[in-house]
Design a protein around this ligand. Structure first.
Ligand SMILES: NC(=O)c1ccc[n+]([C@@H]2O[C@H](COP(=O)([O-])OP(=O)(O)OC[C@H]3O[C@@H](n4cnc5c(N)ncnc54)[C@H](O)[C@@H]3O)[C@@H](O)[C@H]2O)c1
Ligand SMILES: [Zn+2]
Ligand SMILES: [Zn+2]
Length: 398
């Protein structure tokens, strides 16, 4: 699937172009690389090249349509996946109006998904049709210096599924089927449902942030911002051994969920007074050993920096605003460590285990599981700022 005009093609033109593409693929591979269209269409009166799938397409900024698109082409290193659940990410909502420049239409978004393999490319080993899987949102190359070091999130050739940003367009999983390279796949245990599995990518953000942050027995962490990412980070922080975890949010409802999910204390800066003093009162006057900043605004970054003890770590996860103030002397003279954290690098198997064993809980974070066909309405609602709604998961089969 190349870019733009593909999707606007009506059925007649579509079939002609797709026939040309199929001939090219036959010439290159000697067979149709994707097993699903050929298998399905052997049983159907239509020839394989007329195959199409349903997808939720961003046709122009703030406009989504549930339409037929060309069947995704499965290359030799790819697998074809029948999508069973795909989460709407905050970055999808921010990209929906064009403000981030990373969702240039036409685009099928969606990078937080799980499903069942229905076809494998000729070179794929270790996966077979019928396997239940999830995948990384990052398509890493595996070859660059960062990939070789295991920092696949920092890959020089990184692409993100469901993103188009000028440099590339990579259609995502708000569709009945998606193809992804086998190297980003992970098998799911039978006990993990598809909607929960679609949360793995978000869980991995929290688990990665915690892995980058030093912790010793008895330590105290604060989590600034207990939205979806903060709630997952705080659960990961407790598992990693932080004895006290202080949740900070301006919404009491979010703080209530944080307490249910294991926060030992909660603090609302709108009504609670001074956060630094509150944290000191719980840490023998020292401050927290670590702060996880999960909002990304000037005020919240500053409050995280001021709440940690001398020698503490501020792990920066939120990035709503591109720039914030740096209180240089506080950071230098208190010898703080400011640690950025981006996506995840190798934590997905651990996240699958944490979810399957319910050590990390996502039921209170999933607000709705809705049919993919209703995706446009959900995008509009979330863009308008639906109060109290956290993660919405779209499912083609619902
Ligand atoms: N680094 C990464 O890999 C990564 C991955 C995903 C998301 N993010 C970022 O993490 C951040 C959080 O994402 P999310 O999906 O949890 O968003 P969210 O909207 O669900 O949560 C944000 C929370 O911050 C709270 N908040 C807002 N202003 C506040 C303030 N002044 N003080 C305290 N709390 C405040 C909100 O009430 C809300 O609960 C975003 O900036 C997002 O871009 C980073
Ligand atoms: Zn995401
Ligand atoms: Zn790489």
């Amino acid at each position: 699937m190349a870019g733009g005009g593909w999707y606007k093609i009506n059925s007649a033109l579509h079939s002609v172009l797709y026939a040309v593409l199929n001939s090219a693929l036959r010439a290159l591979f000697g067979h149709l690389p994707s097993t699903r269209p050929s298998l399905v269409l052997l049983l159907s009166p239509k020839p394989a090249f007329l195959s199409s799938v349903k997808a939720l397409l961003l046709t122009e900024y703030k406009k989504m349509s549930y339409v037929d698109v060309a069947d995704p082409v499965c290359g030799p290193d790819d697998v074809l996946i029948q999508v069973r659940a795909c989460g709407i990410c905050g970055s999808d909502i921010h990209g929906y109006d064009g403000s981030t420049g990373r969702r240039i239409p036409p685009l099928v978004m969606g990078h937080e998904a799980a499903g069942v393999i229905t076809g494998v490319g000729a070179k794929v080993k270790g996966f077979a049709p019928g396997d239940r899987v999830t995948f990384d949102s990052t398509v890493f190359c595996g070859d660059c210096v960062h990939c070789q070091r295991g920092d696949v999130n920092l890959c020089d050739n990184r692409q993100v599924l469901g993103v188009s940003c000028g440099d590339y367009r990579r259609h995502g999983a708000f569709a009945e089927f998606v193809t992804v390279p086998a190297r980003i796949l992970h098998k799911l245990p039978a006990e993990l449902g598809f909607a929960e599995a679609a949360m793995i990518e978000a869980v991995s953000v929290g688990v990665h942030a915690v892995r980058l942050t030093p912790v010793a027995p008895g330590d105290t962490a604060i989590v600034v911002g207990t939205g979806m990412i903060g709630l997952l980070t705080l659960q990961a922080a407790k598992i990693a051994g932080f004895a006290q975890v202080i949740a900070v949010d301006t919404e009491d409802s979010r703080l209530a969920v944080a307490k249910e999910l294991g926060a030992t204390h909660s603090f609302n800066p709108k009504t609670g007074g001074d956060l630094t003093e509150f944290v000191k009162s719980l840490t023998k006057g020292q401050g927290a050993d670590a702060a996880f900043e999960c909002v990304g605004l000037n005020a919240t970054v500053l409050s995280a920096i001021h709440a940690v003890r001398k020698g503490g770590t501020v792990t920066l996860v939120g990035n709503l605003t591109p720039k914030t103030e740096l209180p240089l002397q506080v950071v230098v003279t208190r010898q703080l460590r400011l640690q950025g954290s981006c996506a995840s690098a190798g934590e997905i198997p651990r996240c699958i285990e944490l979810l399957a064993t319910k050590q990390i809980k996502v039921d209170k974070i999933i607000s709705a599981v809705a049919p993919l066909a209703q995706g446009a309405d959900w995008f509009a609602k979330l863009y308008a700022g639906a109060p109290g709604v956290m993660k919405v998961i779209l499912a083609p089969q619902v």
